[in-house]
Design a protein around this ligand. Structure first.
Ligand code: PLP
Length: 300
């Protein structure tokens, strides 16, 4: 067995900080678990989903990590940075041929972390995510350890479960953003069953994810009312909300996930959805690097 890499490099500095925050137009204080502070790039939940993948790559003596993502992907950039820090090479399969001509800051940073990018059409990307597609990628890159899009596999789930340990016992309701659902499912698995978990899905009709995951644990809800037009769609209302939240709390949110979750929480609080005695904690899963496309509109 080779020496395993230290899989806690970022958590050494992370204290599990929790801040009290106030949602705009409400008087209710809620708590926010600042996973975004883990690392500027390997931020939030992405590190937890990657750590056991990196370890598995070492166990299998693979020198290369290969993964998938879009032009603004938090997962792609986190993988590039974490692989470099672990002494591994990385390859990123990028969705959309147009992305090569219009390199985003995210993709440029991936390259700076040594990631080799391969651009594929949207159709090809969809195929590569299937079982058959994955097998063809493995054939093309026999020395690579393949991490699925979003870090969503058994190793990702195992890491996501560890997030629950940062949630204080006094909390009765936890809110988290949902993409693939891996983080949500991991936390639900590990969290005390008496604590309600609310997953905010930033895409249309995201509640199908509950079927995908065949959740064994109960006491959760997936809320998909706050997608604001669909995944990645950003409205003036959302930007105004992000700026208001930043002015009050001095905490930046990301436009794709956490801003929509906090907006949803604000609405639920204004509708008196939560009992008076509820103690609510929202998880800041990071991802603010993806705000580069609206930088000029943000105060943060
Ligand atoms: C990737 C991401 C999520 C979603 O995580 P999943 O495990 O795929 O559900 C939530 N928030 C942020 C900021 C992310 O970058």
């Amino acid at each position: 067995m080779p020496d395993l890499p230290d899989i806690r490099p970022y958590e050494y500095l992370f204290t599990g900080r929790i801040d009290s925050v106030i949602l705009p137009d409400t008087e209710r204080t809620i708590q926010m678990l600042r996973l975004d502070l883990l690392h500027p790039v390997v931020s939030g939940n992405k590190w937890f989903k990657l750590k056991y993948n990196l370890r598995q790559a070492a166990i299998e003596e693979k020198q290369v990590i290969l993964t998938f993502g879009g032009a603004y992907s938090n997962h792609l950039i986190a993988t590039a940075a974490a692989a470099q820090a672990s002494g591994l090479k990385s390859i990123g399969i990028v969705r959309g041929l147009h992305a090569e001509a219009a390199m985003t800051p995210t993709l440029q940073a991936c390259q700076e972390y040594g990631m080799q990018l391969q651009f594929v059409s949207r159709e090809a990307y969809r195929f590569l995510k299937t079982g058959e597609g994955m097998a063809s990628v493995q054939e093309q890159y026999p020395h690579a350890f393949i991490v699925p899009e979003g870090g969503n596999n058994e190793h990702g789930l195992r890491g996501a479960m560890e997030i629950a340990a940062y949630i204080p016992e006094t909390i009765t309701h936890v809110a988290v953003s949902v993409g693939s659902g891996c983080t949500f499912a991991g936390i639900r698995k590990a969290l005390d069953p008496s604590v309600k978990l609310l997953g905010f899905v930033p895409m249309k009709q995201g509640r199908y994810l509950a079927d995908d995951w065949q959740m064994e644990q109960e006491n959760y809800a997936l809320i998909d009312d706050y997608h604001l037009g669909g995944f990645g769609k950003c409205t003036d209302e959302l930007i105004a909300f992000m700026n208001q939240f930043y002015q009050i709390n001095n905490i930046p949110l990301d436009r794709v996930y956490t801003a929509k979750m906090m907006l949803g929480l604000q609405h639920l609080i204004l509708q008196n959805h939560f009992p008076k005695e509820a103690s609510i904690l929202a998880i800041h899963t990071g991802g603010t690097q993806g705000n580069s496309s609206i930088d000029d509109k943000l105060l943060q």
